[in-house]
Every structure is written in C-alpha cells, then in structure tokens.
Design a protein around this ligand. Structure first.
Ligand code: FES
Length: 74
C-alpha cells in the first residue's frame, strides 16, 4: 500500500509533486475560479493543485478517507 501521511518516520504525503522544491506552496487567485474548484488534499492528483479523483484509489489502497477541499464562489 502507499505510504501514509503521518509522522516523520512513517512516510511522506508527497511522492511526485514539485519534489525539487523545499516546500510546495500554491497560490490561486480566487478571481480565476469560475463557479467552484476542487483542490487536492491527498497529493496523488496528476493535475496539481486540482483534484482529479485520484484520492479514490489512495483511499482504497490505504484505508484512508481523504478528499478535496471545494472552493465555491457565491
Ligand atoms: Fe487528491 Fe482528489 S485527487 S483529493
């Protein structure tokens, strides 16, 4: 199963996204969001920073229950 996201010795959350950077920080201008946007919290998406549904396979493999944060414009 994939490494879980907990504790220094038990694995890393991020296995593929911008690994050459010391810290992944993503800025999104709220004005660029049309209607709503789902942002990945599982670090498995192929479309960072957006959710592409990859959390489903991650949850299945690990027993986790993570999903995206959805930002909506009123
Ligand atoms: Fe990561 Fe959906 S793909 S939260």
């Amino acid at each position: 199963p994939a490494a879980r996201c907990a504790g220094k010795d038990s694995g890393r959350c991020n296995s593929s996204i911008r690994k050459n950077e010391a810290k992944v920080v993503t800025m999104v201008d709220v004005e660029d969001i049309a209607g709503q946007a789902a942002f990945c919290r599982c670090w498995k998406t192929k479309n960072w920073p957006y959710c592409d549904g990859s959390h489903g396979e991650h949850n299945k493999q690990t027993g986790d229950n993570v999903g995206p944060v959805v930002v909506k414009k009123k």
